[in-house]
Design a protein around this ligand. Structure first.
Ligand code: GAR
Length: 197
C-alpha cells in the first residue's frame, strides 16, 4: 500500500478526487496526511475523510529555507512513499526536492513544457492557443521542468475564461492524478527510472 502525503494551497478539488479514489479498498494507495502552506480551504476534504492535516504557514518563517526545513520535517514524520503537490502554490526549496526526489510529483494545468509557472491557465488564454492541457510531472529543481509522467490535451473553447477553462482542465487533472498514483503503486511507473531517463 503506497502511503501518500498531499500538499495543497487552495480548494483541494484534486485532493478530493484522490481521497475518493483511495477510499476504495482496491485502490493501492492511502492518503496518510494532508499539509498546506496556508489556511487552505481544501484541508476540510481531508478532515471529512478523517485524514490528519498539518499547516506550515510560509509567512511564519524568516525565509524560504527555514520554511522548507519545517515542511520537510512534517512530511517525513508521516514516512510517505510518495508526496503529491496538488495545487501547492509555492516553489519547494532545493533541499526539500533533493530529500524527496524522485518520490515527489506535481499536477499542472497545462501541457508542459508549455505554460509552466503559477498561471498556466491564464498564460494559455493570453497566448491565444486553441488547445492546452493537463500534466503530472516529477518535481525537479526547475519550475515545472521535471519528467512528464502523464498528460492530455484539452481544447480551449470559444468564450472560455480562466475559470471555465481551469474547471475543464481540473476534470482531466483528477483522472491523470488518480491514474498516475495507481501506476506508481502497481509499478507501471518507476519514478527512479523516469527521473534518470
Ligand atoms: C490545479 O489545477 C493544479 O494543477 C494547479 O492548481 C490547481 C489546484 O486546484 N497547480 C498549479 O498551477 C501549480 N503550478 P485544486 O486546489 O482545486 O485541486
Amino acid at each position: 500500500m503506497l502511503k501518500l502525503v498531499v500538499l495543497i494551497s487552495g480548494g483541494g478539488s484534486n485532493l478530493r478526487a484522490l481521497l475518493e479514489a483511495a477510499y476504495d479498498a482496491e485502490y493501492p494507495a492511502r492518503v496518510v496526511a494532508v499539509g498546506a502552506d496556508r489556511d487552505a480551504d481544501g484541508l476540510e476534504h481531508a478532515e471529512a475523510y478523517g485524514i490528519p492535516t498539518f499547516s506550515v504557514p510560509f509567512t511564519s518563517f524568516p525565509d524560504r529555507a527555514a520554511w522548507g526545513d519545517e515542511l520537510l520535517a512534517q512530511v517525513l514524520g508521516w514516512q510517505p512513499d510518495l508526496v503529491v503537490l496538488s495545487g501547492f502554490m509555492r516553489l519547494v526549496p532545493p533541499r526539500v526536492v533533493q530529500a524527496l526526489s524522485p518520490h515527489l510529483i506535481n499536477t499542472h494545468p497545462a501541457y508542459l513544457p508549455e505554460f509552466p509557472g503559477a498561471h498556466g491557465v491564464r498564460d494559455a488564454l493570453a497566448a491565444g492557443v486553441d488547445q492546452t492541457g493537463a500534466s503530472v510531472i516529477v518535481v525537479d529543481d526547475g519550475v515545472d521542468s521535471g519528467p512528464i509522467l502523464a498528460q492530455r490535451r484539452i481544447p480551449v473553447l470559444p468564450g472560455d475564461d480562466e475559470s471555465s477553462l481551469h474547471d475543464r482542465i481540473k476534470l482531466v487533472e483528477r483522472e491523470l492524478l488518480v491514474q498516475t498514483v495507481l501506476d506508481v503503486a502497481n509499478g507501471t511507473i518507476d519514478l527512479e527510472q523516469e527521473s534518470h531517463a
